[in-house]
Each structure stands twice: as C-alpha cells, then as structure tokens.
Design a protein around this ligand. Structure first.
Ligand code: AMP
Length: 217
C-alpha cells in the first residue's frame, strides 16, 4: 500500500505517518527528515538544503527529486510507503508520477490534511521534537513525554525546537505552502483514493479517519 499525505507544515502529517507506519508496516518517507539527517551528517545534499530550510523556503526541485528517486528505489520501499512532505511543487508531482509509473507502482490513498492557518501558527510555535526518538509533542506535553519516551531513558530524552519552527520562519513556511503546494491539491483531488481530512481535530480522531479509509490490513 502506497500513501501520500499532502498538507501544510504542522498539520499532523508526521505524527500520523508514524502511527500508520507501525500499524500497516509501511516505510515513512519524510523529505524533511531526510534533509535534517543529511544536515546533521554534513553531506553535500545537507549543505545544499540548509540555507533554504533555515529561511523557510523550499529546497530546489532537482535536489529533492534526486533524493526521493534514490530512496524509492531502496528495497524496503517494496513493502509500501507513506510520502510525507513530497511532492510539494508541480514539477515534483510530475516527477513522482513518472517515477511511480516507471516502477509499476501507484498511490492507493491520497490524504489532504486541511487545517486553519491560525491553528498552524500556534502548533508550529509550540512544537518540540525529541533528538533521541524523533517524536513530536507540544510544549505543554514535554514533561509527560519525557516520562514515557520509549526509545530512551528519561534522562537522555532531549526535546528541542526546530530552527524553522521559530516564529519568524513559520509565517514564511505557510506562505510558501500556499503559493507552491496548495495549487497541486487540485491535481491530486481528481485522482482515485483522494480524501480531504479535517486535521483540526485531535490526533486520535484523525488517525481513526485514516485507518477506516484504508480498511482492514
Ligand atoms: P518538513 O519537515 O516536511 O516541514 O520540511 C522541512 C523543510 O525541508 C521544508 O521547509 C523545506 O525547506 C525542506 N523540504 C522538505 N521537503 C521538501 C520538498 N518536497 N520540496 C522542497 N523542500 C522540501
């Protein structure tokens, strides 16, 4: 099963990806995570992406498309994947179509995460990520999350604010989404398996909607 999540930053795509990944045994393909890893390892791709990400801009299409082409051809993707954060532009959507048809694959479900802009600003500004297990929580849940953090002991759990979640960058990221990504939603809304989801609900409710739409495993 191959799934596409499309929606603005902070709409819950990453959180739902992690839940569906475990439930359906899928590979979570987050281009944002791939870039953050590349930056941490100081690879050439990471060096190219960093400045764009720090400013809340998109990384050039050619860089993103090369990255996802390599990743999609890895053997683990054969068991199915969730695309989270790709494609974000028209050329990326076209490239994805070409890549999938070249591999004899298709998207089985396309979920649009629909959410009000004001909610996004609040969510992104209070979002914290664990360096150890990569879970995302809001500021008021950090203490509780540290106690429960599964992949580390409470002492090593380390929450931080992503530099692009800083208030001065958040507005630009939402603006870039509206100008460059929102236009491709129309293209996907005409494809089979498309569903618009009200993402301004609690994460369990959203997860229930996705799980029901995907049907029994
Ligand atoms: P995310 O973690 O999905 O919010 O992505 C963080 C940042 O990585 C974005 O703001 C972009 O700078 C970059 N990025 C991730 N995916 C893409 C993409 N498909 N196209 C261009 N830039 C991307």
């Amino acid at each position: 099963m191959n799934i596409l999540f499309i929606g603005p930053p902070g709409s819950g795509k990453g959180t739902q990806s992690k839940r569906l990944q475990d439930r359906f045994g899928l590979v979570h393909l987050s281009t944002g995570d791939m870039f953050r890893e590349a930056i941490a390892r100081q690879t050439p791709v990471g060096m190219k992406a960093k400045g764009f990400m720090d400013r809340g801009e998109y990384v050039p299409d050619s860089v993103v498309i090369d990255l996802i082409r390599d990743r999609l051809s890895a053997p683990d993707c054969k068991r199915g994947f969730i695309l989270d954060g790709f494609p974000r532009t028209e050329p990326q959507a076209e490239a994805l179509d070409g890549l999938l048809s070249g591999m004899g694959l298709k998207l089985d479900a396309i979920f649009q995460f629909d959410i009000a802009k004001q909610v996004l600003v609040e969510r992104l500004s209070s979002r914290r990520v664990c360096r150890t297990c990569n879970q995302t929580v809001s500021l008021d849940q950090v203490k509780q999350a540290i106690e429960k953090c599964q992949n580390s002991t409470p002492n090593t759990c380390d929450f931080y604010q992503r530099s692009d979640d800083a208030p001065e960058v958040v507005g630009r990221r939402i603006e870039v989404y509206e100008t460059q990504t929102a236009p491709i939603v129309g293209f996907y809304s005409r494809k089979p398996g498309f569903l618009k989801v009200d993402a301004d609900q609690n994460q369990d409710t959203v997860y229930g909607i996705l799980e029901r739409a995907l049907g029994p495993v």
